[in-house]
Design a protein around this ligand. Structure first.
Ligand code: SAM
Length: 247
């Protein structure tokens, strides 16, 4: 166990949560965030989970950012949704989302098996029985009958260029499901490339929300993509192809 010295305690920022997201963690959720932080610091000793380890940066870049993207869902935390975090890495944005939305089921997908094993143990430690880890490639899972067209929401942060993320996410979404892409800067050229891919995949970009982060004042963009038509069976293409030859 790490030594939770005062300099490594996670800030609570109760007022910032409510002023920026109109949401506040319960005492139990605050404890889960703190435990998540300590477990990530411990896991980082053997796994490359994150370079963001300072308490305030962890709060902003991992907790706050994860929940800012799902802000439309925070107003109805009792809804029972099926969600997937594609390329979850150290569990972001999926684990904070699972803490905030305890009634929803959440699949954490990553190609790296040892990260997924760590996350499965972490879900037990944090008492998150609604979280499942899957070690696979998004290109493969998108053709799996128990995953294809079966999620209400897909979350993707720092995984690939937007058209590649769309090819990973759309096949996994139900009709009328939504993918949330967490981006930093966002340009009209990127929007054009994404829209071209969405025409092929059966999606529509319905909102692009620019946000200035509360501590470091960085620019983030959250993209909301609605699945408006079934994705053709040939997508996602074979492993590696979406990245090598984006739509
Ligand atoms: N989403 C996390 C975050 O924002 O902190 C992790 C981002 S990390 C830069 C990208 C992760 O996506 C890696 O853990 C990698 O294994 C995973 N990944 C990339 N391509 C993938 C694919 N095609 N299928 C599944 N996982 C993938």
């Amino acid at each position: 166990m790490p030594d939770p010295s005062p300099s490594h305690a996670l800030p609570t920022f109760v007022d910032l949560w409510s002023s920026t997201l109109s949401w506040q963690p319960s005492p139990q959720q605050q404890e889960q965030f703190e435990r998540l932080y300590q477990e990530i610091l411990t896991g980082n000793r053997i796994l490359n989970l994150t370079r963001i380890t300072e308490p305030e940066a962890f709060w902003e870049k991992h907790l706050w950012d994860s929940l800012c993207g799902i802000q439309p869902l925070l107003a109805s935390p009792d809804a029972s949704l099926r969600m997937i975090d594609i390329g979850t890495g150290g569990g972001f944005p999926g684990i904070p989302a699972a803490i905030a939305l305890p009634q929803s089921s959440l699949t954490l997908l990553d190609a790296t098996q040892k990260k997924v094993r760590f996350l499965q143990d972490l879900a037990i430690t944090l008492s998150l029985p609604h979280v499942t880890g899957v070690s696979d490639r998004a290109e493969a899972l998108g053709h799996h009958p128990s995953h294809r067209a079966s999620y209400d929401w897909a979350l993707l942060r720092a995984v690939a260029a937007a058209p590649v993320c769309a090819e990973y996410a759309l096949p996994l979404l139900k009709l009328n499901g939504t993918a949330i892409l967490y981006r930093g800067q966002w340009t009209p050229a990127e929007a054009d490339a994404l829209n071209r891919a969405l025409e092929i995949l059966g999606g529509r970009l319905i909102a692009t929300t620019p946000i200035t982060t509360p501590l470091s004042q960085s620019q983030h963009h959250y993209l909301y993509i609605l699945k408006i038509a079934p994705t053709p069976e040939r997508f996602p293409r074979a492993i590696g192809v979406p990245k090598q030859r984006p739509l």
